[in-house]
Design a protein around this ligand. Structure first.
Ligand SMILES: C[S@@+](CC[C@H](N)C(=O)[O-])C[C@H]1O[C@@H](n2cnc3c(N)ncnc32)[C@H](O)[C@@H]1O
Length: 310
């Protein structure tokens, strides 16, 4: 665990700063949180966690699909949105440090990124690689996901936490909050962002996973999705939005993985899915189709706190 990650954390019980002792994070009041063998820390306290944590199977499907590079165009677009915008950019300075330019003036700082609902930490790692410096705190309520996130990148700190509760982070420490297909908490995002900080949100767009959605009877993106995102980020203004769309050639195992890692995994019947995949890959043609071309389509939005919400 890096010292420059721990310095941003706050005790989930009393809100005081945490320090790293051998094998545990502790606050001055003695609340203590063990560093697990796999390198993550559970900062989840209180009553039962929400029932929305991804299962081990969903996390494994996500890890397999993302590591195969199918969403690579989304990774680059996300890194660009997180690391740039509004005249600021992070870059590595010749001495190996990190700089951030504001107009003409440059001050040395390493970006502090929070990934809320980080899953396997895949995107946090991609952003840190693109930045060349900085740290990311990956929060997720699934310990299966967080175990992987702890190994995703040397500059990622991974924590079990519920995004719908108070986040175990100090006030005003984050340059950017990333939120990729995951729950949001507008008031908390506002609290943990530095002045001028941004929230970058990725959501699936209506054409996402077409034609698999129709052919396999998967959950489609609901028409109200964008309004719900905006409502969840009250006090923020959307300052930029782009559509990221590309095609993917997927084989049967990849189709199973993309279904297994997404919201349809909660509803799909395994037998029906197997039959559906067999249908998709054995159309009325003599030779079995080996790949199915599938559309990936996302909204990538940047939000800033509105002046009156400060
Ligand atoms: C669709 S996955 C996206 C994961 C990751 N952002 C990615 O795109 O690879 C949604 C993630 O949100 C997590 N999650 C669900 N409810 C949560 C909550 N209340 N607090 C934190 N994480 C949550 C799940 O465990 C899961 O890892």
């Amino acid at each position: 665990m890096l010292a420059d990650i721990v310095e941003h954390l706050a005790c989930p019980v009393c809100g005081q700063p945490l320090r790293l002792d051998p094998g545990a994070l502790r606050c001055p009041d003695g609340h203590s949180f063990d560093v697990a063998r796999q390198g993550y820390v559970s900062l989840l306290v209180g009553s039962r966690p929400p029932g929305t944590a991804d299962s081990a199977e969903m996390v494994a499907a996500r890890a397999a699909f993302l590591s195969a590079g199918h969403y690579a165009p989304l990774e680059s677009a996300l890194a660009e949105a997180v690391l740039a915008g509004h005249g600021e950019s992070f870059s590595q300075s010749p001495d190996g440090g990190c700089t951030k330019a504001y107009g003409g003036s440059v001050r040395a700082t390493a970006p502090v990124i929070v990934d809320a609902g980080a899953g396997t930490g895949h995107y946090a790692a991609a952003v840190l690689d693109a930045a060349g410096c900085g740290v990311a705190m990956a929060f997720d309520v699934s310990k299966h996901a967080v175990r992987r996130a702890a190994r995703a990148h040397p500059r990622v700190g991974a924590f079990v936490a519920d995004v719908w509760r108070r986040l175990p982070i100090g006030d005003g420490v984050a340059d950017v909050v990333m939120n990729v297909f995951a729950p949001r908490n507008g008031p908390e995002f506002r609290r943990i962002l530095r002045p001028g900080g941004r929230v970058v949100v990725v959501t699936p767009a209506p054409g996402h996973l077409s034609p698999l959605v129709e052919e396999l009877g998967l959950l489609s993106v609901d028409a109200d999705k964008e309004r719900r995102v905006a409502r969840s980020l009250e006090g923020f203004a959307e300052v930029e939005r782009r559509v990221v769309a590309f095609g993917m050639a997927l084989g049967p195992d990849e189709v199973r993985a993309v279904v297994g890692m997404g919201p349809s995994a909660w509803h799909v019947d395994e037998k029906e899915l197997t039959e559906g995949i067999a249908r998709v890959f054995a159309p009325n043609m003599p030779k079995k189709q080996e790949k199915v071309v599938t559309k990936a389509e996302f909204h990538l939005s940047t939000f800033e706190v509105t002046p009156d919400a400060r």
